[in-house]
Ligand binder design. Sequence first.
Ligand code: GUN
Length: 296
Amino acid sequence: MTATVIDGQAVAERLRAEIAADAADFQAQYGYPPGLGVVLVGDDPASASYVRMKRRACEQAGIHSVAHLLPKESTQEEVEAAVEALNNDPGIHGILVQLPLPAHISEERVLGLVSLDKDVDGFHPINIGLLAMKGREPLFTPATPTGCMVLLQEAGAQLEGANAVVVGRSNIVGMPVALMLMKANATVTICHSRTRNMKDIIAQADVLVAAIGKPAFIKGDWLKPGAIVIDVGTNKVDDPSQPRGYRYVGDVDYESALEVAGAITKVPGGVGPMTITMLMLNTMKAARRLAQTITL
Ligand code: GUN
C-alpha cells in the first residue's frame, strides 16, 4: 500500500484565498482592516523567522499587523505592558505572544493577561480550560492543533470511536490536540518520554499525531496498516547533498511510513503552512466578533 499524501500546502493556499476575500469584505464593511498584534521577546532566530512568516502571510491576506519586538533582557513588566498596549488598541483584534519566552519571564502571567476576546493563539488558561471541559467550547483553539484537525478532516478521517494516539504532551501541540480529538469523540491515548510500551500503543492507532521533535523517530512498521498520520515535527538534520547543508524531516520516518499508512502529511508542506493559516482564520473570527460588539 502507498499512502495518500495529505497536502497541507494546497489546503493552506485554498483557505488563505478565502481568508483574503473575507478580509477584503471586512475592510469594505468597517473601513479598517482586521489587525493582528505580535509580541516577540529576544532574538531566537527560529522564533524571529516564524514571526516574520506570520506577519508576511497576514499582510498578503489584507490583515494589518503590528509587532512589539522586545530585547531578550526585557522585564516582566515591559512584556506585560506590550500585551496591555495591544489589549487596549482598537485596531488590533488578535494577539500572539511568540513562545518560548525567555526563562526569566513568567509565560503563565503573560498568557493570562491576553484579552480573552483577542486570544487568537488559544493559550489563555480559560480557553484551554473550556477546551478541556465537556459541553463547553473555547472562543479560540490553538493554531497547530486546529491545523491538524483540519487536515484529518481533509483526509476523511472518521474520528468518532477511533483510536487516536498523540505522541508528545506539550502545551502548544500534544495536550491541546489530544483535547480536540477527545471533543471529536475519538478514544485518545497520549504517549510521551516516560511511556513504556509506545510501539504497542502506536500499533493500535487509527489516527496518529506525532509531535515530539525527534527526527524520523516513528518507523513505518510501528504503524497500523491504513492509519492516518499527521506529522507535526519539523526537525533540522544535516544533509550535505542540499545546497544549504541541511533539510527538515518530521517525527515519522516518511519513506517507511508511506508503505504502511493510509494517509500521511509531508514535512515540510504538511502541518507547517496550516499553523499560520489557522492563526489568520482565528484573527478574522476575532475581528468579526469585536467589530460586531462595537457596532451593536
Ligand atoms: N511557538 C511554537 N509554536 C507556536 C505557536 O503556535 N504559537 C506561539 N505563540 N508560539 C509558538
